[in-house]
Design a binder for this molecule. Structure first.
Ligand SMILES: O=C[C@H](O)[C@@H](O)CC(=O)C(=O)O
Ligand SMILES: [Zn+2]
Length: 278
């Protein structure tokens, strides 16, 4: 039996609460800045579409996906599905009920509901996102080439970037989870501008490949009432269905975006006019 572990629970927030929050409140509710520690699996349970995010840094050990009490389950994936992204430079070895998968940098493993034991090894850093699942889909490794890269933006607007979609309606199949990685071109600082909301899904960003002395100014809130949080490398930001999620770095960076909710259609979102943001 895997050991149980602590899990950081973040309750759902309504849009009319946001203007009442100061910086500390915003960070306590939406920013997750302690997911990665050597030799540990750390988890955060967001009530925004019940997404669980985590960091696993094997650092010479073989780590097992723990089962937090809050899930009231024998195994983590009894009623859940999981996406794993290798955000580090080493090769990861992920074992799912004894079947081993090797993941290189920016490759993704979708792990289906019903898998009993998941372990992580290798000299690298792994980011985990899990959603509630009602059906089993096959455990599938997705390489960067298979992730249907699309180019967006323009260096003139400092938002030239490539979007890799790994788990989505036209990629690796899932119940709710939609997951990908966006890589900014050198010299580009902005992600997701023009911004959007998607009322049918919550989303969580994990910023990485950001130099330790640089930051991302992450914009959130309703388009008519925005707020910001300033985040560092390997920080995650929770975005409820009513919130924009966009960012401007003081340097180039990469981020993992992951969503859950009503559908797995990446394109189902409401674009916002830049001129209407407040
Ligand atoms: O709903 C989709 C997500 O917000 C991201 O894919 C957006 C993104 O990576 C970008 O525009 O840079
Ligand atoms: Zn989005």
């Amino acid at each position: 039996m895997p050991e149980t572990s602590e899990i950081d629970v973040r309750h759902a927030i309504a849009p009319d609460q946001l203007p009442l929050f100061d910086t500390t409140d915003l960070r306590e509710r939406f920013v997750v800045d302690d997911l990665f520690a050597d030799g540990e699996v750390r988890l955060c349970y967001s009530m925004a579409d019940r997404l669980v995010i985590g960091g696993a840094v094997p650092a010479g050990k073989t780590l097992e996906l723990p089962v937090p009490d809050e899930l009231r389950a024998e195994n983590f994936l009894d009623r859940r599905e999981l996406g794993v992204v290798n955000i580090g430079s080493g090769t990861a070895t992920i074992s799912c009920d004894g079947e081993e998968y090797q993941l290189e940098n920016q490759e993704v493993l979708y792990v289906g509901r019903g898998t009993k034991q998941v372990t992580f090894a290798g000299d690298t850093r792994l980011y985990l996102v899990s959603a509630a699942a009602h059906a089993e889909h096959p455990t599938t490794r997705v390489t960067k080439d298979e992730a249907a890269p699309i180019s967006l933006g323009d260096i003139k607007n400092s938002n030239e970037r490539t979007i890799y979609k790994y788990i989505h309606a036209d990629g690796a199949q899932s119940c709710q989870l939609v997951m990908g990685v966006t890589v900014l071109a050198e010299g580009s600082m902005w992600n997701t501008m023009p911004a959007h909301v998607h009322a049918r899904r919550s989303e969580i960003y994990l910023y990485f490949n950001l130099p330790e002395d640089q930051r991302v100014v992450h914009l959130m809130g309703e388009p008519s009432e925005t707020r910001h949080v300033i985040v560092a490398n390997e920080n995650a930001v929770i975005s409820p269905p009513w919130s924009i999620h966009a960012g401007m770095g003081t340097s180039a960076y990469t981020f993992v975006w992951a969503m859950a909710g009503e559908n797995t259609d990446y394109a189902d979102c409401e674009w916002q006019q830049i001129t209407e943001l407040r």
